[in-house]
Design a protein around this ligand. Structure first.
Ligand code: PPS
Ligand code: ADP
Length: 212
């Protein structure tokens, strides 16, 4: 019997089919690839490209995209620091479930604050779950993201019509402990396929693309 958050008198129920059984079925290991970076840095593009590459290799993945989740699970959250923290916490919990289900979970969110990303890492490291988290930092210059501005949000933020926009008047704290950092080379951004390839190589090296 235990107490967790606001719930008291709760019990953990084990099921007979476990993570290892599911992983054997899928011939892969559940893990989380978490893509962080400015709006316009290419997070959704990389997430889709990675999902496609894994699919073509017979690996089951699922994309949790920040923008999309704000249409449902996180529709009651805005962009205040507190709401962003809750956003990351919730997606961390969902990603943990997907990884426990044996999937390669691809989360793509700005996730701008170090403390929230650290909390997420801690969450995925809790004793009953072996941490398999790969932070991918899409380290693209603000100027490039602003130039791309596919949704016109930077323009609105610069005009003061959106308050608290990441990179303009709300901070993006670059990670110092990410597993993969993707940058421009000689002023050229790697293609989505190249970026996905870099992540797939990491997953292969870790042995996540086959059962234990
Ligand atoms: N104020 C402000 N700051 C940043 N982004 C904003 C804001 N308002 C709306 N948007 C749009 O919301 C998308 C980011 O949602 P996330 O859930 O990834 O954000 S966060 O991780 O909670 O910071 C983000 O999508 P991406 O461009 O795909 O990153 C924007 O389209
Ligand atoms: N590697 C890339 N090379 C060139 N353009 C890219 C690349 N990745 C993304 N883009 C373009 O940049 C814009 C923003 O990409 P998107 O994936 O929506 O970013 P985010 O999800 O971080 O907001 C889109 O127009 C997309 O086509």
């Amino acid at each position: 019997m235990s107490t967790v958050g606001n719930s008291t008198n709760i019990f953990w129920h084990e099921c007979p089919v476990g993570k290892v059984d599911r992983q054997k079925l899928l011939n892969q290991q559940g893990c989380v690839v978490w893509i962080t970076g400015l709006s316009g840095s290419g997070k959704s593009t990389l997430a889709c490209s990675l999902g496609r590459t894994l699919h073509s290799r017979g690996k089951l993945s699922y994309v949790l995209d920040g923008d999309n989740l704000r249409h449902g699970l996180n529709k009651n959250l805005g962009f205040s620091p507190e709401d962003r923290t809750e956003n990351i916490r919730r997606v961390g919990e969902v990603a943990k479930l997907f990884a426990d289900a044996g999937l390669i979970c691809i989360a793509s969110l700005i996730s701008p604050y170090c403390k929230d990303r650290d909390a997420c890492r801690a969450l995925l490291s809790e004793n009953f779950f072996e941490a398999r988290l790969c932070y991918v930092f899409l380290n693209m210059p603000l100027e490039l993201c602003e130039e791309r501005d596919p949704k016109g949000l930077y323009k609105l933020a610069r005009a003061g019509k959106i308050k608290g926009f990441t990179g303009i008047d709300d901070p993006y704290e670059p990670p110092s402990n990410c597993e993969i950092e993707i940058t421009q080379k000689d002023g050229i951004c790697p293609t989505p396929n190249e970026m996905a390839g870099q992540v797939v190589s990491y997953l292969e090296d870790k042995g996540y693309l086959e059962a234990q």
